[in-house]
Design a binder for this molecule. Structure first.
Ligand code: BDR
Ligand code: CA
Length: 313
């Protein structure tokens, strides 16, 4: 499957990138950076250095814009992902040049070149996708589907009581992406908070070669943050779970397809994903053909699958 990855590495973004490269069915054609966990320039450098580490410097990286649609980037999440976005780990510098166009423009060019084939995986704020939709209104009809790590349907938020980080960073962009006429799946906190790496997973990565070891070193920072939530060194697997929903390796066992709107007000609900789930507790999950597919759960624990992929890098 032909994939465009839009990301803000980001420790779990690094895991997702490793997962995609390790998956034999994935043809990763382009990586775009976006501000979120860190600024878009740093995210692009991290993506390039990770691709070098993983032996794929041939995959182009396009830099996204630093600021969000209606407000400036304001410093990312160093308390979660470290000052450099990847847990303070210094990777050898990749030497590949960045793509000539912006992430949005390179996405449009790729979708035009391969109409109907491209699967879009967005694991950061949705700024680039919204810019691309604005520049090329036909984009929605050119891509196969869009899978997004983001939102909280029935679960609490992780940056405010109601909002998840990727959506909260750029709610206007998320609103535009959800409103567009394409097939969107979100993998929200409802699912991702329950798929976790534990100490044994980190130990297994640390015992492996330099690629897995680098990911293990990054995870120390992520584990330190998540300790306050889980009471032990551990981490949620947000972005890699979205990647595995895209590939189908994570088999979805509970989902609904419903209208979703994003709160773009300046009130306490800003960034909330408001899902029309009033039919959720009927025997058959609600299905609105034009809605956003919300993943609530998967059939098997994902951590063993992810670990096996990462150890094979
Ligand atoms: C999302 O926010 C970022 O911090 C992570 O990389 C993930 O994409 C989780 O809310
Ligand atoms: Ca991310």
């Amino acid at each position: 499957m032909l994939v465009y990855l839009d990301c803000d590495p980001g420790i779990d973004d690094a895991l997702a990138l490793g997962y995609l490269l390790a998956h034999p069915a994935v043809d990763l054609a382009l990586v775009g950076s976006v501000s979120g966990n860190t600024d878009a320039d740093t995210a692009a450098r991290n993506a390039r250095d990770l691709l070098e580490l993983f032996g794929r410097p041939d995959i182009p990286v396009a830099v996204g814009r630093t600021d969000f649609l209606t407000h400036p980037y304001a410093g990312g999440a160093p308390h979660v992902h470290g000052d450099n976005g990847i847990g303070g780990v210094e990777l050898p510098r990749g030497s590949a040049a960045f793509a000539a166009g912006s992430a949005a423009d390179e996405l449009i060019a790729l979708a035009r070149a391969r109409p109907g084939e491209l699967h879009v995986l967005a694991i950061g704020p949705l700024t680039n996708l919204a810019v691309a939709l604005e520049r090329e209104p036909a984009l929605a009809g050119l891509v196969a589907d869009v899978v997004i790590m983001g939102g909280a349907a029935l679960a609490p938020g992780n940056v405010t009581a109601a909002a998840e980080a990727n959506i909260h960073n750029d709610p206007e962009a998320a609103a535009a992406v959800f409103a567009a006429d394409w097939d969107v799946t979100i993998v929200p906190l409802d699912a991702t908070m329950f798929q976790r790496f534990e100490q044994a997973d980190l130990d297994a990565l640390q015992a492996e070669g330099p690629r897995a070891r680098a990911l293990g070193r990054m995870l120390h920072t992520y584990y330190a943050f998540y300790r306050q939530h889980f009471g032990r060194p551990s981490s949620a697997l947000h972005d890699p779970l979205a990647a595995a929903v895209l590939t189908g390796e994570a088999v979805v066992s509970s989902a609904a397809r419903v209208p979703v709107v994003v709160d773009t007000s300046d009130g306490p609900g800003r960034g909330q994903t408001i899902a029309e789930l009033r039919g959720r507790y009927r025997p058959v999950a609600p299905h609105h053909p034009d809605g956003v597919r919300i993943v609530f759960d998967i059939a098997e624990p994902f951590a063993p699958q992810l670990l096996a992929r990462l150890l094979s890098l």
